[in-house]
Design a protein around this ligand. Structure first.
Ligand code: PEP
Ligand code: MG
Length: 578
């Protein structure tokens, strides 16, 4: 592209959050707000019929949404819509709507609004977090009914056509409800590359640019945009020449990806004979199939908190068991690392009464939650043990910060295994125990940790956040929260060395593992198991096949001695594309 081509259109720079490019119409994803106008009606009976029709349509929409989420995400997420259907069937609620209509001769929209808001306010005042969480469900149903009664169709779950999603921010729980076949990419005003929406976008193989600023929210819906997730660029109304140039690049990219995907079925071995094992990071059942198709040799990180995100009650032991067993079966003998619930930080869940925290990333997150919710962790470890004989399943704990915690967690796994054995329950033959190394304190104690666990997986997303003091959800600092910072690389090198010396397996499951600049460095540090979003696996395998371990070692030795992120990036970019 020439600079004059660029000048003809508007470009907005943001943070490259998920690579790839897409062209399409912009779609502003905003929470729906429907304005209700009061009318005095003569024929109240006709209003009641309209209400009945709207309830039936709402039910049909919810059932189809439920089926879609069940097929593409998980039974747990599909359960959200079951709760909505229960509200739609509630006779007390709808008797009151009808009574309001009759008593005041108002249109049914007004009666729905008044009645639902009344119930919602009662729920919101409740002391009980679970009741308060139901207020959201009620609001959702109200908005759905008002939208149907008003004859409009656009909504979160009903995207009009394949489009580029524009939003301020996107909760992972909203993102999983979107119709993926209609999303071309994401442009967000806020957020950074290691936020969970960015991770989700990479999991979907969709381009994403974040931290674009509020102005993008004023773009009219329908304008043609190019989202360039590789370079962190949004182009608004590109010139015909520029559009042609991007179309050619997208076609070329598609052909390359198709070839790489076929080649990804084979293992990735360096030119001098070392095989690097590539695993997948998963947050849904649907991704498990995609992972195998993308050449994953197992799962290195199952983010279980995302399987049970948007619901009013914690997942039961049996519910968890069902889902884990399904994923283990889909993997057909490949290893599966299940990470226990990493709730808190930027992943709060409605089913826990977590009081607001000033600094949630530094608060009650991951295994720390077991202090206030011990049963949650016990149920989960029980469910994991119970997956049953013959599955190569491992358990991994997030947010571990001390050796005391490692001892406690190892003890817990052993105790629950013994308890289940005594109860005569069929359990795994063996359950390897691992920890995420994502708190700098644990990285510095890696030599001790290595003697206590079977494996350590370096979570570079949080390790970056905590070592560099950069909030991973804050777009304003995402530029300096770079895992290629030499201080981070030194920490990673140290963990790899300590793990080898202490006899623990070591891997990386943070986003650096799937970064083409990170791969040679990690391989050079002797980390030969990398876990990443499934769509990144084919390209990572290609990169490894073009690498010699001897070269990777000298690259790794060189970069740890550099003084700045800028120097590391410049060196690696030159080395990869001389
Ligand atoms: C990490 O912190 O690097 C990691 C893999 O965990 P998460 O992104 O889920 O916090
Ligand atoms: Mg983490």
């Amino acid at each position: 592209m020439t600079s004059s081509e660029y000048q003809q259109c508007r470009q907005i720079h943001g943070v490259a959050a998920s690579s790839g490019m897409a062209i399409g119409p912009a779609y502003q994803l905003r929470p729906r707000e429907t304005h209700v106008l009061r009318r005095t009606v003569v024929d109240v009976a006709a209003e009641i019929v309209r209400l009945g029709d709207a309830r039936r349509q709402a039910r049909a929409e919810l059932e189809s949404l439920q089926a879609h989420v069940l097929a593409t995400v998980s039974a747990a997420e599909a359960g959200i819509f079951e709760a909505h259907i229960v509200f739609l069937e509630d006779p007390t609620l709808f008797d009151e709507v009808e009574a309001t209509c009759r008593a005041t001769n108002c249109n049914v929209e007004v009666a729905v609004e008044v009645t639902f808001d009344g119930y919602r306010d009662v729920l919101l005042e409740s002391e009980d977090e679970l009741f308060r969480a139901r207020a959201n469900d009620l609001e959702d149903i109200k908005q759905r009914l008002l939208r149907i009664l008003g004859g409009t169709t656009a909504g979160f779950d009903l995207l009009p056509e394949p489009c580029v999603i524009f939003a301020d921010d996107l909760l992972p729980s909203v993102a999983v409800q979107l119709d993926r076949s209609r999303i071309l990419g994401f442009c967000l005003a806020t957020g950074g590359p290691t936020s969970h929406v960015a991770i989700l976008a990479r999991g979907l193989g969709l381009p994403a640019v974040m931290g674009l600023g509020d102005t993008i929210l004023d773009l009219p819906a329908g304008v043609t945009v190019v989202v360039d997730g590789t370079n962190g660029l949004l182009v608004v109304e590109p010139s015909p020449e520029l559009l042609q140039s991007y179309t050619t690049q997208i076609d070329r990219e598609r052909t390359r990806r198709a070839k790489e995907r076929i080649a990804a079925r084979a293992p990735a071995t360096t030119t001098d004979g070392t095989t690097v094992v590539l695993l997948a990071n998963l947050s849904s059942l649907a991704e498990a199939e995609e992972a195998v198709a993308s050449g994953a040799e197992g799962v290195g990180l199952l983010r279980t908190e995302l399987l049970f995100m948007d619901r009013a009650t914690p997942p039961t032991e049996d519910e968890q068991l069902g889902l884990y067993r399904q994923i283990a079966a889909l993997l057909d003998g490949r290893p599966l690392v299940i990470r226990t619930l990493d709730i808190g930080g930027d992943k709060p869940v409605p089913y826990l009464r977590q009081p607001p925290e000033q600094n949630p990333a530094l608060g009650v997150r991951g295994v720390r939650l077991a202090r206030s919710e011990p049963q949650l962790l016990r149920d989960q470890v029980r469910a994991i043990w119970r997956i049953g004989s013959g599955y190569p399943v491992k358990v991994m704990f997030p947010m571990v910060a001390s050796l005391e915690e490692v001892y406690w967690l190892r003890g817990l796994v052993a105790e629950i295994g013994a308890e289940l054995r005594d109860q005569g329950q069929p359990i795994l033959d063996r359950l390897e125990v691992g920890v995420m190394v994502e708190v700098p304190a644990l990285a510095l104690l890696a030599d001790h940790v290595a003697r206590l666990v079977d494996f350590m997986s370096i979570g570079t997303n949080d390790l970056t956040q905590y070592a560099l003091a950069v909030d991973r959800t804050n777009a304003a600092v995402s530029g300096i929260g770079d895992a290629l910072h030499p201080a981070l690389l030194r920490l990673i090198a140290q963990v790899a060395r300590a793990a080898r010396a202490g006899g623990a397996a070591v891997s990386v499951c943070g986003e650096l593992a799937g970064n083409p600049l990170g791969i040679p460095v990690l391989a050079g540090f002797g980390i030969h198991t990398l876990s990443m979003s499934p769509p990144l696996i084919p390209a990572a395998k290609t990169a490894i096949r073009e690498l010699s371990l001897a070269q990777a070692r000298s690259v790794a030795e060189h970069v740890v001695d550099l003084a700045s992120t800028h120097e590391v990036r410049a060196y690696l970019e030159r080395w990869i594309s001389p």
